[in-house]
Design a binder for this molecule. Sequence first.
Ligand code: ADP
Length: 190
Amino acid sequence: MLNLIIFGGPGSGKGTQSKLLAEKFQLTHLSTGDLLRAEMEKGSELGRIAKSFTDGGNLVPDEMIVKILASAIDEHKNANGYIFDGFPRTVAQAEVFDDMLKARAQKLDALFDLVTPDEVLIERMLFRAQTSGRADDNPETIKKRVEIYHQQTAPVLDFYKARSMYTAIDGTLSIEGTAQAIADEVAKLL
Ligand code: ADP
């Protein structure tokens, strides 16, 4: 088993890198953002509620996200390991996550933080907005998402630093460059 968190600000490349890594090491990629967007597309009650938060660049309430992620893990019980993308995004989620994994006889191996300056995040998201069709990729919401990242999400890093699970990765490299940097770190864990 290999259980990894891919961490970083909005636009840092978490989704792209998680997909590459999942393929390379045969892991199951669980993205809370993707899970939420799937609910929104289905037009479920949950999706409707989630949209009222994500559209404004706000985080979805912890209880809701924790429930969604727990059922996604349980739907992929036979995985070789998981890549968690976009979760945990608050210290409260990180705390619950520990118990959630323990209850499933699992543990985390590492967190990779895609370190990327705000200007780069904003520039990438504005570029992505041209084709993503995502309601939250507009200038005002992008600015809000970066603010929320610093206020509510970045503190999660201290939680994992204290547990010696933190590894910084340069998020400003090319897609391939960052992927290689992560793969080199994963190789050390195997
Ligand atoms: P990005 O990292 O580009 O913001 P994501 O797909 O990871 O994109 O997330 C999109 C939105 O979904 C977030 O802005 C947030 O509103 C919501 N979301 C995703 N994951 C979480 C989470 N773990 N906790 C709360 N909200 C979340």
